[in-house]
Design a protein around this ligand. Structure first.
Ligand code: GLU
Length: 468
């Protein structure tokens, strides 16, 4: 980028026809980061002209997903449905300038035309019946028929652009139709609205999924006809499942908002998505601040990225370990409550989280692991029989007696346990397992001294009493 480069303006332009999926979120992330990198502007535009498929719930889902990820827009959201007057104005201008024309061919005629072309082995396209040319007489307008408006695509030459991801792409104008830009009721069509918006919003870099690459030559031609400055285009390959198939529900959650529900942190998701189709040397773990400092369009991968849930879980574990215990506790508390956790006279949740987070891949795992601290222990009868034997009870009684006087820190509890073991000639598990069952109701817990400390003296003493 040089001093003359216009200030960067990028956009994310979802169609609100469903949830925000991972591919969309990654496109948004790249556009956002690129604007951040160059002190530019990131615009959110809602492409809601497909009235049958667009819903307010989907708009909300997109906004929620962006909010959760922290991808804040600087301008917008702009809704295409609110810009209809502007599109009509541009269509009127184009009709007047002769870069667009009324076409009265009926849908049946267009279909028949295509059939003929297909039969003759040609590529089906509008045959130009209503396309005005110097010296050409147009047919008589059929009674009462409402016209569409078609863009007068150049007949010869090529459209070429240097795609920042895919390299130079050249399409012959012969391949392109005179695109319908307004329907018989005057409503503008999808490709046309995108062009007017990118033009009006002074977008400098269009970063989008490569499912749109076929639209680009048409959009470029229209933008040129309007006298607009062409943005840079970058078409990002799609995200595939681990099996190489297009990412879908089969591969797990594809909606971004399923991830907070499954206990993922936004920073893990952002880091994961950033590396999905983009690289910076060997860096795997980085903050959004670093990412925005590094992100460029030159290191976007040309080949599709594969979604790897294990890597996402690994990153989530990394960010859980870094996260503040109080924040994790706030996220875990509602899950624990749903499972019947009782917090009165119970161990401090952030402290419990601090103890357990090392091994948790998700907040949900963390909550499940923490539950033992917040419910009445109910160990399985078979385990009680196996571990809390008459032979071990004198040692448990000795332990209970010492609980009354020991300083209640893990540093003091640990040597006290050793003394009991020595006095009764026991090995650690012979005492630790019964204690775990009695106090926590299960055999899997972190180190017994910390667990006892967290439960607190009163609870430990009271639970021991039930067995002695
Ligand atoms: N609305 C399009 C979509 O959701 C994106 C269009 C664009 O980025 O140009 O796929």
């Amino acid at each position: 980028m040089t001093a003359q480069t216009p200030v960067v303006r990028t956009r994310f332009a979802p169609s609100p026809t469903g949830y925000l999926h991972l591919g969309g979120a990654r496109t948004a992330l790249f556009s956002w980061a690129f604007a951040r990198r160059f002190g530019g502007t990131f615009i959110l535009r809602i492409e809601d002209t497909d009235l049958e498929r667009s819903t307010p719930e989907a708009v909300q889902a997109i906004i929620d997903g962006m909010q959760w990820l922290g991808l804040h827009h600087d301008e917008g959201p702009f809704y295409q449905m609110k810009r209809m007057d502007r599109y009509r104005e541009v269509i009127a201008q184009m009709l007047e300038q002769g870069t667009a024309y009324y076409c009265y061919s009926s849908p049946e005629e267009v279909e028949a035309m295509r059939e003929r072309q297909r039969a003759a082995g040609e590529k089906p396209r509008y045959d130009g019946t209503w396309r005005p040319e110097p010296g050409k007489t147009l047919p008589a307008i059929p009674e009462g028929r409402k016209p569409v408006v078609r863009f007068k695509n150049p007949l010869d030459g090529d459209v070429s652009w240097n795609d920042v991801v895919k390299g130079t792409i050249t399409i012959s104008n012969r391949e392109l139709d005179d695109l319908v830009i307004a329907r018989p009721d005057g409503t503008p069509t999808y490709n046309f609205c995108v062009v007017v918006d990118d033009w009006d919003m002074k977008i400098t870099h269009v970063i989008r999924g490569d499912d749109h690459v076929n639209n680009t030559p048409r959009q470029i031609n229209i933008l040129k006809a309007l006298g607009g400055v062409l943005p840079e285009y970058g078409h990002v390959p799609m995200i595939l499942g681990a099996d190489g198939e297009k990412l879908s529900k089969r591969h797990g959650a594809v909606s971004v908002m399923d991830y907070p529900a499954q206990g993922f942190l936004p920073e893990a998701m952002l880091n994961y998505l950033a590396r999905l189709g983009w690289s910076h040397g060997d860096e795997e773990i980085f903050s959004m601040e670093q990412f925005c400092g590094w992100f460029d369009l030159d290191h976007l991968s040309k080949s599709p990225a594969q979604f790897n849930p294990e890597k996402l879980a690994w990153l989530n574990n990394h960010y859980i370990k870094l996260a503040d215990n109080a924040r994790l506790a706030d996220l875990a508390r509602p899950l624990l409550e749903k499972d019947g956790a009782v917090f009165d006279h119970a161990p401090d949740l952030p402290a419990v989280i601090g103890l357990l987070k090392e091994r948790a891949n998700t907040i949900n795992e963390l909550a499940t692991a923490a539950l033992m601290f917040y419910r009445q222990p109910a160990p399985e009868a078979a385990l009680v029989e196996q571990h809390i034997t008459d032979a071990i009870k004198p040692a448990l009684a000795d332990f209970a007696a010492r609980c009354a006087t020991v300083e209640w820190t893990k540093e003091a509890i640990a040597p006290m346990i050793k003394e009991v073991l020595a006095a009764h000639k026991l090995k650690m598990p012979q005492l630790a397992m019964p204690l775990r069952l009695i106090v926590a109701g299960q055999l899997q817990t972190p180190a017994i001294d910390v667990v006892l400390q967290l439960f607190g003296r009163a609870t430990v003493e009271q639970r021991l009493k039930n067995y002695l």
